[in-house]
Design a protein around this ligand. Sequence first.
Ligand code: NCD
Ligand code: ZN
Length: 346
Amino acid sequence: MTQTLTLRRPDDWHLHLRDGAMLKGVLPETARHFARAIIMPNLVPPVVTMADAKAYRARILAALPQGMVFEPLMVLYLTEGTDPADVAAAAASGLVKAVKLYPAGATTNSASGVRDFDKVRAVLDKMAEIGLPLCVHGEVTDSSVDIFDREAVFIDTVLDPLRRKTPGLRVVMEHITTRQGVDYARDGGDDLGATITTHHLIINRNHILAGGIKPHYYCLPVAKREAHRLALREAATSGDARFFLGTDSAPHVDALKEHACGCAGCFTATNTMALLAHVFEEEAALDRLEAFTSSNGPAFYRLPANTNTLTLTKGDAVRWPAKILTEAGPVTVFDPGFPVHWHVEG
Ligand code: NCD
Ligand code: ZN
């Protein structure tokens, strides 16, 4: 008997598309399956103003192949110079759906991020007033904090105080990787949501380090120990409306991944839906996949859910390209390390 699964078309609530030749190469990988995505603004230079977001959106739409439909949901990169009035105007126009907080130095292209939270107080207050979500990269940058503890320490020392200081601020804890992240999101009330990536449901830190270093599994926040992966699986497959998919698909060319100082990022746009069907089936939760990929995200962002659908069929092992050959160079597609049998139709 063929098993098929038809879902509301999914959205990706955390995606890196980059720019130029890389954008052109990777955009079809997302647009093939996803209706919309929250587009990360960590370009060089970053997408800071409404004008920057408008221009970047136009470049994304210009890179979309004929016949594909995709809606980029734009995000502003919060800097200590961000103007609250510009943020409010960008939100009111419908162009911008969120603002992104990178602690300065936390990850790829985050040098323009926030060091002194008092300098962004007026922006955060304005966002709380208008209900515009703040997407948070939740890791401290203090070099004395162990990299595997940086998310848990961030929650206690930065996120919780920030939320207490800004009542009503709507926050997305992005790409959570720990049990502490799951617990905090679950207890956080209606103003708090959390995205979970595909790869953090599949790998733990052994995949990166045991039996030789595997640069294509290195991303930030770095994958943690197995108990955390299991907590993430439980959260993602629970149906709880606070948890939704943000792939954090983050392309870097192979030459920069396979390097003495390799870039952080897993590229999962190509096979995310097949991998998620596999994971949800393993957890006997296929009936909750749609909540995670297609309903909980729009509900948090106060956007309508998609009305069109995506169908997956179970069959022979799926083959996908090992690499996407962009004009910027080859990008390795995330390899789960096991066969996957869910094919996305169309
Ligand atoms: C992202 C990137 O490459 O831009 N990398 C990553 O490992 N996820 C940045 C980020 O989201 O941290
Ligand atoms: Zn990211």
